[in-house]
Ligand binder design. Structure first.
Ligand SMILES: [Zn+2]
Ligand SMILES: [Zn+2]
Length: 129
């Protein structure tokens, strides 16, 4: 059995229990469900915790939930491990569109090209998009 969950602060836990493992095991994770890594440098543990009973497990989970996130997103102030959270980063990466036709810019794209790919006039960025 293996179970993972993630919390608001960007940390999570992976709980593993099998006949091959040391009873109940817990590893502290960071990241998201899609992209998590085991975290060996938290104040809680620098390793995978083994031989846990359910009470100790609940206490560790409480501690993990209370860990302060190392950074906050510069855009929305959500806890993150980067300067910007994944969501804002995604929005930031979106290709800008022209203010005349809301079309992308011609290759190689803004800011190397300021030509609208629809009307082929020089254009600015549509900020509302
Ligand atoms: Zn953000
Ligand atoms: Zn245009």
């Amino acid at each position: 059995m293996s179970y993972t969950e993630f919390y608001e602060n960007g940390y999570g836990v992976s709980i593993i229990s099998s006949e091959f493992s040391y009873g109940l095991e817990l590893a502290v994770l960071r990241g998201t469900k899609e992209n998590a890594e085991i975290c060996y440098d938290t104040p809680i543990t620098n390793d995978v915790c083994g031989h846990l009973d359910s009470k100790t497990l609940a206490e560790i989970i409480k501690d993990v939930k209370a860990l302060p996130a190392p950074n906050h997103c510069v855009e929305c102030d959500k806890p993150t491990f980067n300067t910007m959270c994944d969501k804002c980063k995604e929005n930031d990466d979106e290709e800008p569109v022209s203010d005349c036709c809301s079309a992308h810019f011609t290759y190689p794209g803004w800011p190397d090209s300021d030509m609208c790919s629809k009307c082929f006039e020089h254009a600015g960025i549509n900020e509302d998009e």
